[in-house]
Design a binder for this molecule. Sequence first.
Ligand code: ADP
Ligand code: MG
Length: 682
Amino acid sequence: MASLSDKITILKGIGPAKAKLFEKLGIYTLQDLICHFPRGYEDRSKLVTIAQLEVGQSCCFRATVMTTPRSHHIRKGLDLTKVRVADHTGRLDLTFFNNRTAAQRLVYGREYIFCGALSGDYMGYGMTNPVFEEVDAPPVITRRILPVYALTAGLNNAAVLRAVDQALAVCDPPAEVLPREVLESYRLLPACRAYQAIHRPASREEAREALRRLVFEEFFVFSAGLALMRADRARKKTAPYTHTDLTAFYQALPFRLTAAQDRAIGQIRADMERGVPMERLVQGDVGSGKTMVAAAAAYLAARNGRQAALMAPTEILAEQHFQSLSRLFQPLGLQVSLLTGSMTDKQKKALRQQIAEGRTDLVVGTHALITDTTVFHRLGLVIADEQHRFGVAQRSRLLAKGADPHMLVMSATPIPRTLALIMYGDLDVSVLDELPPGRQKVDTFLVDERYRARINAFIRKQVAAGRQCFVVCPAVEQTDGLDIRSAEVWADTLRQTVFPDLRVALLHGQMKGQQKEQIMASFAAGEADILVATTVIEVGVDVPNATLMVIEDADRFGLSQLHQLRGRVGRGQHKSYCILITRSRDGQTIQRLKALCATNDGFQIAEEDLKLRGPGDFFGSRQSGLPAFRVADLSLDMQTLRQAQEAAAAWIDRSGTAETPEAEALRDRIGILFRRARGTIN
Ligand code: ADP
Ligand code: MG
């Protein structure tokens, strides 16, 4: 017997060259190979007769070779081999294009299993390039439910198939990690069956069951791991904050906080008083007022003699936070500084000195905050805004600049409640489910090109009333062969032909930080009427005078992203609108976009996105640095997810710290999973 950790080169037919190809798929060991699950299946299990073959459908049939294969060299690059086969119901001519070697293996008078799609018209039927195996050879590519694997150039499905077959034959599959009672109560296949069945299912039903079991396992291990992490965290210590009176802070605010903001601040204060490093996510729709919650946290840190750092994903956003927080904190006698990458070295150096000497209470910045040269003075609180833009690695680099500082992450990407635990399972969550009073609903419309003239007239009307408009395009530049509106080209068109009399500005992600900053600032100051942009404006930008958001080729964006974009308007006292333009005629796409017109509630939109497109999108956009799922991405059903979470929670309660070998095996597995995730992002 071989071991799972053996290199795949111990298998027959895998030399160093082949092994290199497998490495491209991330496969080094037998374990990797066995965990290279099929992307799907092709059902070749049924045998039909020649008479039962149907045009266009791929089928297997058993037939005898009636003629010696005859090859013709037609011209350079075209080689034809013809052979006739028959069974008791009829005969069929097979043609092999440029496949002489394969075809010449067919021996006159012998029987084979063929698999291919019948082609035919009034001239007669035939089949091109079928695959075949001898009748008494073991079934590899016919007479089975054929797994279809992810491949790489030079490595075909049959090669992966053979390698997996061998691996399954020479070593035991990975050990069982699911507790017996879990297997029983959720009726899951045991590991030994599941690994066989996912690669070699006897039926479609068995393939489904194997997948369900493996997805379950993955979620179970993951959920249990998160629960253990939380338990670990609860044991960490930090000095409790004692000065937690917020009266002065509340008095300095220009408005009354919403009940949701109050609640979140209360939770943060309780965290800080407890003497355990806080790790909290504030999740709230665009405009729900997350910044003030962060400000309260920074205020508490400062009152307790600690520095706070707020990291924003873009310079524009950092600048805005700096402005609003300086305004708030100055009367309170707190010092706020801004540190971004586009400052001059001299400026940065002076600032860093100021930070290191503790002459500032709150540092707002971009990634510049996490560079080695930034040294903090008693860093007590780290805040990451729009946390989905940062990975765990960046977050932890910032955290490492203090001694177990509190951490607050803020996200405006509403995650459906059902997924929140999986995606943010290592964090405590505060939800801002309420908008400040007086916010108006942004009226949203879905239109197609026929409305172009009316849209243009509407833009004019807004501008004439003194308002400003955003026009968002899915691409920066025109790409050959892709019919997507590009910001650069569209800005030119608007400037030159559509609105030559209006001030049209352009903003996109390929511009330099400082340039973006300047354009955004000038738009915010009312120096342009229309800002044509890409999704760089998605995050946090505040221009209260902007009342119209036009989104070109809206079908190119995810619902949650569109919702974010829409959140850029409706921030002042004026009635605001969002116009989604699409050229798509796809029913599902239209339905998806219409969901956005129906509601302004980000959480509801996220639920809708989840219903329509499945959870893949949420996981896809996740950059949290938590482990990526191998099987779960293939088939994520919410029910399995919920069951696995429930089972993991129960297991942690029952045996999370048990000394049994099973509990230890599971903890090992959790360790490997989470270490791998950390390893890949650093
Ligand atoms: P987001 O949650 O999207 O980060 P912000 O913190 O940027 O939201 O807040 C959006 C706007 O609402 C800001 O202009 C902010 O000053 C304002 N705001 C925040 N809280 C309140 C409140 N309780 N009452 C009125 N306005 C508020
Ligand atoms: Mg914000």
